[in-house]
Design a binder for this molecule. Structure first.
Ligand SMILES: Cc1cc2nc3c(=O)[nH]c(=O)nc-3n(C[C@H](O)[C@H](O)[C@H](O)COP(=O)(O)OP(=O)(O)OC[C@H]3O[C@@H](n4cnc5c(N)ncnc54)[C@H](O)[C@@H]3O)c2cc1C
Ligand code: FES
Length: 320
């Protein structure tokens, strides 16, 4: 079974009858945009290994609860060392009487994320979201959640989301070494709670299988009865390998991508990803009906068409 394309195949305006007819109208527009900008309060932060941090933010009740794979833009309060917000996947969400508490797993790599790491409980952060399209929960099958390094963030959230729907996941987690299997206790705790199975791999063999997540797929996926569906996040080279694996084995595969972003809402046009030949051909027939905040037939916008894409929709040869 081929993955269901998520690319902005013009059916818009959302939910209107497509002139192309049902066969050609592959769904498209995600949930209607429900994002807003709110003030959030830092609940706490902690280390989760290899210099990575876990941040919990209390959001007000008006904030729409995200689905796994969606992201937010975090805006540091003035005076801030950075002008632009920083995109961050949602790694967890729990309801409280005051509104959702969202969890984020991040690596302080530069000025913005290092400033984020300095925030203490009670301080304020601006949050714009939830943004983009998450993992398509309607695609049936046993979820194979494939994580590389800090790419584990949205998959921790996905594991909880599928568990609530009664779907038992296989969690495949790889990193360069044992230390970079970040937030492993959090992953194990969630997976134990929902009765799923955790499979580990490291490049140097210091934990789990010596090899990559693709080796884990080779080893574990054939043992699972179809249908199966892959949801993955990690470095782009890993995602390209997982996308190719999914397409080769006929397993629907969805990848959470990253791009350097400014606005996060489709306005600045700064986060293009090249579409596959098939997606280009499909979309060029309806060029004039692609909504303005989405990409073009040639390039998807990571923030609005994605960040989660079907394997068939991107040109993996030209993604860095
Ligand atoms: C949809 C989305 C979800 C993300 N989710 C997470 C997450 O859950 N956890 C997490 O740690 N990070 C995540 N990121 C990456 C995060 O946004 C960047 O690391 C952050 O913006 C860097 O900001 P900075 O000011 O610290 O670094 P800067 O000073 O801006 O840059 C420092 C270094 O990081 C690089 N960098 C900047 N943006 C990215 C990026 N998107 N990907 C890779 N390298 C980048 C720069 O090229 C530079 O080398 C996500 C990005 C996107 C687009
Ligand atoms: S970040 Fe501005 S268009 Fe995607």
């Amino acid at each position: 079974m081929a993955a269901r394309p998520l690319a902005a195949d013009p059916g818009p305006p959302a939910r209107s009858k497509s002139v192309a007819g049902d066969a050609e109208r592959r769904t498209v527009l995600p949930a209607p945009a429900a994002w807003r900008q709110v003030g959030a309060i830092v609940v706490g932060q902690r280390d989760v290994g290899a210099g990575h941090r876990w941040l919990d933010l209390q959001l007000p009740r008006v904030f729409t609860r995200p689905v796994a794979g969606q992201f937010v833009q975090l805006l540091l309060e003035s005076p801030s060392p950075v002008f632009l917000p920083r995109p961050m996947s949602v790694a967890g969400s729990r309801a409280t009487p005051r509104g959702p508490v969202l969890g984020f797993l991040y690596e302080p790599v530069g000025v913005g994320t290092q400033a984020l790491a300095g925030l203490i409980a009670g301080e304020r952060v601006g949050v714009l979201g939830p943004l983009g399209r998450g993992f398509p929960r309607e695609v049936p099958g046993t979820p194979l959640l494939v994580a590389g390094g800090r790419g584990v963030a949205p998959l921790l959230f996905a594991a909880g989301m599928f568990a609530r729907e009664g779907r038992r996941c296989e969690f495949l987690f790889g990193a360069r070494d044992a230390r970079h299997l970040v937030a492993l206790p959090e992953a194990r705790e969630r997976i134990d709670r929902m009765g799923g199975r955790l499979h580990l791999a490291t490049d140097d063999g210091s934990r789990g299988l010596r090899g990559t997540v693709v080796d884990l797929l080779d080893r574990n996926a054939p043992r699972l009865p179809p249908p199966r569906v892959i949801h993955a996040c990690g470095p782009h080279a890993m995602l390209a390998a997982v996308a190719r694996w999914g397409m080769r084995h006929g397993v629907p595969t969805y990848l959470a991508m990253e791009s350097v972003m400014a606005c996060g809402t489709g306005v600045c046009r700064g986060c293009p990803l090249p579409r596959s030949e098939a997606a280009r051909t499909r979309l060029s027939r309806h060029r004039d009906r692609i909504p303005s905040l989405y990409g073009t037939p040639e390039f998807a916008m990571c923030c609005t068409d994605g960040p989660v894409f079907a394997a068939e929709d991107l040109d993996w040869e030209h993604i860095e």
